[in-house]
Every structure is written in structure tokens, then in C-alpha cells.
Design a protein around this ligand. Structure first.
Ligand SMILES: NC(=O)c1ccc[n+]([C@@H]2O[C@H](COP(=O)([O-])OP(=O)(O)OC[C@H]3O[C@@H](n4cnc5c(N)ncnc54)[C@H](O)[C@@H]3O)[C@@H](O)[C@H]2O)c1
Length: 416
């Protein structure tokens, strides 16, 4: 293992137990895994945000019989307390230190797969990429993998299209019980939380620009509007742009939006969305951040080149002064803001995402219906089962189709 400080384990244990309380679906799976041992003999490598919720998943995989190694999917989202809790109290091989540099990050990725994993649980596809580039010698033992986020799924589709992806990967992100809740409600709440923690500024009455109106963007826009901001959306997809307009939001090109924005958040999964031409027109005092997976959405090198000086003004907040005296404030170095400057998604939504992860890992381990190499959807039965467990846990009941309704929906003979 390679973690910051083993003495942090008791606090990590507290954090993990707190998350467990809000993750009834994963806890129900853990109970079954403990009895049935579906992952017995499996070696798993997980590259994920090292948070309390991830620890709940890792404990569940271990309870199911897996030997798990964990590394970070982002150096800034590592909770050292949680890393210590898992390593010391659960004996999990954890390789993650908050703020680790690029070399350490990639060394840790390498260490997480040294035990020749059968299962690869990825968030952003860095581990899968490593296995297909520098560690092809380890590919043979891999049965399959799972991918947590949109950007990772996009990368995997590129690999599959080029014909280089050597094992099946379940796109957890594409499960309805993942992106409709995690990306939207999770990113929405935790991103606003990060803006508020980093600045302690009032959102009400401000102008809040959201770049990209996908699952994450919708969530951020909804929460910013809920806090009283005037929300402006920027998009490149005409359908999503239209959706934002009909949701009652203002849509315009980013070059115009930046002149009005008090806050700006990127949620596109694309690179250099905010660049020199935008910094040059920004209103002074704007606070900008990124909630997309990689720190490529804001061109910080261009900002540093334009700036006459920069300094840290608060935790996770850097102020860049531009010629003429205008200032631009960047949260968490343009990295995934909700994990770097806040605590990431609430456990309640990670419960859904990680229930999908655990059940997909079980499918691969049991070898039932394992698909060929490529990117695959989580089966609908898993998606529905996860939602059902969650509904039960929160005490909500829904209706059931009658036999005649099922026949009606399956038929085509009845019309007007
Ligand atoms: N912060 C988190 O905790 C978290 C959680 C889930 C996903 N993610 C990441 O957030 C990113 C977005 O995920 P998503 O599920 O919302 O994806 P999505 O595909 O649903 O939405 C992305 C949107 O961005 C738009 N877009 C692309 N380039 C643009 C540009 N230059 N300007 C304006 N809009 C542009 C696209 O048209 C699309 O509508 C991904 O990188 C994903 O991995 C982050």
C-alpha cells in the first residue's frame, strides 16, 4: 500500500460508516455477497475516486470474496482518511495520496494492477488504457471491466471502434439508475456545494453560466437556478440547446455569456471549452470551475500566459490578474470541482451507481452471459433491480402492470 498516514484510519472508519447509512442498495448486495461469495477467487483492480462511498463498494466486493486493489482516478479527490480506513482496517491494498503528482498517480495505477486482476473497475478509463498500452502482459487474466463515467465510456467506444479493446466492459454510466441520478442530482448538488465552500459567495441574484447541457449540466443548472441564480447555458448540440431554452433558461454563445457571468462551470467532457478569447472578455471577479471528468475543459495554460500575476486567495481558489487589473478566480485548478473542493456526490446517489458496479462485477465473475470484448450496456434487469431496492429502502411503492396492460403494450392490433 501507499497512503498518506495510517493514523487517519479511525476517522476514515467514521466516514465510511456514515456513507454506509445512506447506501441501502449496496449494503443489501453486501449482505448477499457475504453469504454467497460470488467473487471468491477473483482479483479486482479499482481506479476510482477514493471517497467514503467508494470504500463502501470496495468493502462489498471484498465481502463477496474478491481481493481488491484500489488506486485514485483523480489525485485531488482522494480522502486520505478513507484510504487509511480501508488499508488499515480492511487490509485493502490502497495506492492513493491526496494531491499526488502525475508520476505518483501513474505509479499507483501500475501498482493497482500488479496482482494480475480478473476484474477492472474504472472511472475515466485510465486503468483500461494502461492495460492496453504499457501493461499488455496483464491483459490475459482480465475477464472484463466496468466503467463509471461518461468520459471513460467515450474513450472505450473509441478503443472498440479501433478494434483494440480486448475485454468486455459494462458501461455503468449508461445505466438509467446511474446517469439520471449520479450525473444529474449528484453533480448538481455537490458542484454548487463546491462553489459555495470555495468562495462563500451568494448564488442568489448572480448570473451562473453552465457550459454543456447534458446530464451533469442539467443538474448544475437546476441547482443554481434553485438557489436563485439567473442561469445561462452554452451548448454545441442544437437539441440540447433547445431543451435548455424550453426549460426556461437563457442560451447564448460563450463569448457573450462570459461578459455577464459571476460564476461559470464546465460540464462538457470536451477540451478547451473556455479559452483565451473568453478570458479576454470575462467580467472581473468571475469564479470559474470544471465539473467534467478531466482538467482539460478550461485552458489554464492560456489563462496563465495572459495573466500578469496569480495567487491563492483561499483554499482551492486561485486568482489570476489580467492586464488592466481584471481578475479571474479559478476553483481547484480546473479539476473535477465537486470532488476537489467538496466531498463529491452524496452517498444516496452513489448507492445507485455502485449497486450497478457491484452487480456488473458479479455478472463478470460468475461468467454468466459474459459478452465479447467491447462496450456493453448494463442489463435492464440490473437497472430495474437497483431502482426497486432503492425505492423499497426509501419507503416508496409503485404500481404494477395488470396482465391486460402488459398484453396491450406488447401488441399492435389495437389502434384508434
Ligand atoms: N463531476 C462529477 O462528479 C461527474 C459525474 C458524472 C460525470 N462527469 C463527467 O462530466 C462530463 C459530462 O458528463 P455528462 O454525463 O453530462 O455528458 P453528456 O454527454 O450528457 O453532456 C455533455 C454536453 O456537453 C456538450 N458540449 C460538448 N462540447 C461543448 C462545448 N464546446 N460547449 C458547450 N457544450 C458542449 C454536449 O453537446 C453535451 O450536451 C464528462 O466528462 C463526465 O465524465 C462528472
Amino acid at each position: 500500500m501507499d497512503i498518506f498516514d495510517t493514523a487517519l484510519a479511525p476517522r476514515g472508519q467514521q466516514d465510511i460508516e456514515w456513507a454506509e447509512r445512506a447506501m441501502p442498495a449496496v449494503m443489501a448486495i453486501r449482505e448477499r455477497f457475504t453469504r454467497e461469495q460470488p467473487l471468491k477467487g477473483m482479483r479486482a483492480a479499482a481506479c476510482m475516486h477514493v471517497t467514503a462511498e467508494t470504500a463502501v463498494l470496495v468493502r462489498t466486493l471484498a465481502a463477496g470474496g474478491a481481493e481488491v486493489r484500489l488506486c485514485a482516478s483523480n489525485p485531488l479527490s482522494v480522502q486520505d482518511t478513507v484510504a487509511a480506513g480501508l488499508a488499515v482496517l480492511d487490509g485493502i491494498e490502497v495506492f492513493a495520496i491526496a494531491g499526488e503528482d502525475r508520476d505518483t498517480y501513474f505509479r499507483h495505477l501500475g501498482q493497482a494492477i500488479e496482482h494480475r486482476p480478473h476484474l477492472v473497475l474504472d472511472d475515466g478509463a485510465d486503468l483500461t488504457t494502461l492495460l492496453h498500452t504499457q501493461r499488455t502482459d496483464l491483459l490475459e487474466s482480465v475477464i472484463g471491466g466496468t466503467e463509471e463515467t461518461t468520459t471513460g465510456v467515450t474513450r472505450l467506444h473509441s478503443m472498440a471502434q479501433e478494434g483494440v479493446l480486448k475485454f468486455p466492459v459494462f458501461a455503468v454510466n449508461d445505466a438509467r439508475t446511474k446517469h439520471m441520478f449520479d450525473n444529474r442530482y449528484g453533480t448538481g448538488q455537490s458542484t454548487l456545494d463546491a462553489f459555495m465552500r470555495a468562495t462563500n459567495r451568494l448564488i442568489a441574484g448572480s448570473t451562473f453560466v453552465v457550459c454543456g447541457y447534458g446530464w451533469c449540466g442539467r443538474g448544475v443548472a437546476e441547482r443554481a437556478a434553485g438557489l436563485g441564480a439567473r442561469v445561462i447555458v452554452t451548448e454545441v448540440d442544437p437539441v440540447r440547446g433547445l431543451e435548455a431554452v424550453l426549460d426556461g433558461l437563457t442560451v447564448m454563445p460563450l463569448t457573450d455569456a462570459v461578459e455577464r457571468a459571476d460564476f461559470l462551470c464546465t460540464t462538457t467532457g470536451n477540451e478547451h471549452v473556455v479559452r483565451a478569447e473568453h478570458f479576454e472578455r470575462m467580467k472581473s471577479g468571475i469564479v470559474i470551475a470544471n465539473a467534467g471528468h478531466f482538467d482539460v475543459e478550461i485552458d489554464l495554460e492560456a489563462l496563465a500566459r495572459l495573466a500578469t500575476s496569480q495567487r491563492d486567495v483561499r483554499d482551492h481558489l486561485t486568482e489570476f490578474t489580467l492586464p488592466g487589473g481584471r481578475v479571474v478566480l479559478v476553483v481547484a485548478q480546473g479539476r473535477l470541482v465537486n470532488l476537489a473542493a467538496a466531498e463529491g456526490h452524496p452517498a444516496d446517489v452513489m448507492d445507485l451507481s455502485f449497486a450497478n458496479q457491484a452487480l456488473a462485477a458479479e455478472m463478470l465473475a460468475l461468467g454468466r452471459d459474459v459478452p465479447p470484448p467491447g462496450v456493453h450496456a448494463i442489463p435492464e434487469e440490473i437497472d430495474s433491480a437497483v431502482a426497486r431496492v432503492k425505492l423499497e429502502a426509501i419507503g416508496t411503492r409503485i404500481d404494477t402492470l395488470t396482465d391486460s396492460q402488459e398484453r396491450y403494450l406488447a401488441g399492435w392490433r389495437t389502434g384508434t
